[in-house]
Design a protein around this ligand. Structure first.
Ligand SMILES: Cc1cc2nc3c(=O)[nH]c(=O)nc-3n(C[C@H](O)[C@H](O)[C@H](O)COP(=O)(O)O)c2cc1C
Length: 210
């Protein structure tokens, strides 16, 4: 370890990677989406809890389901992107801890007994995984357009409905355990349509050395 990336890789991942709103008419293969996931899954999460869940909307029909939840300014870019990912998190991630964190069998209970801790952990780590997702997408040659301008409740109702109770099949819990975090358009961006990049804070503005 201790290796560092070359300039080209740093440009692709961060320095020259832009948020895209206009897309070339070029499809993204399912294989590329698999490569993306196979990279992002290695990013660290607390207790190795891996709460992120992804839904890739690849067809016009799937995109149509998203349409009613989108802010008006996000409609055009989302409808023209090859793929739109719903980056979500599972508040019941702890059910998988016996597999994901096998060296401590008690880990599941810490979360199943505390919904608040489970929610904070799911959101924090699901968001981290969202950032790994963006970097992994760029690593496999895709451009990204992340978006929080949408109605989370509408997305959750359609894409992550409450499971039907097994005991009384007519009874439906008010909400399911999977929650949308943000959306991310994926594809090959049109560099001609980019507007000038906004600045970032300097080291002095954002950081302290103690
Ligand atoms: C979590 C998140 C949510 C965002 N939501 C929106 C959005 O709803 N609509 C939009 O047009 N851009 C959205 N953006 C894009 C940001 O404005 C953009 O990434 C930022 O200005 C940096 O641009 P750059 O990557 O080209 O430097 C979002 C970005 C992130 C990371």
């Amino acid at each position: 370890m201790g290796d560092s990336l070359n300039d080209q890789a740093l440009d692709v991942l961060l320095r020259k990677a832009r948020t895209h709103n206009s897309w070339l008419n070029k499809p993204v293969s399912d294989d590329t989406l698999r490569q993306l996931y196979e990279l992002m899954k290695w990013g660290p999460t607390s207790f190795n809890c891996c709460p992120a869940r992804l839904v890739f909307l690849r067809t016009p029909e799937a995109k149509q389901r998203l349409l009613p939840a989108l802010s008006p300014t996000n409609v055009q870019k989302t409808m023209t992107a090859s793929v739109t990912a719903i980056v979500a998190y599972d508040m019941k991630f702890y059910e998988k801890l016996p597999t994901l964190f096998p060296h401590n069998p008690k880990a599941r209970e810490w979360f199943s007994n505390s919904p608040e801790l489970a929610e904070t952990t799911a959101f924090r780590n699901g968001t981290l995984q969202g950032a790994y997702f963006i970097l992994a997408a760029r690593s496999v040659g895709l451009d990204c357009g992340p978006m929080s301008g949408f109605d989370n409740a509408k997305v959750d109702k359609d894409f992550f409905p409450a499971p039907v109770s097994k005991s009384e099949s007519a009874e439906v819990m008010p909400e399911g355990p999977i929650k949308s975090n943000f959306l991310c358009n994926l594809g090959y961006g049109d560099p001609a349509k980019l507007f000038p990049r906004s600045p970032r804070l300097s080291f002095e503005e954002a950081c302290k050395l103690l």
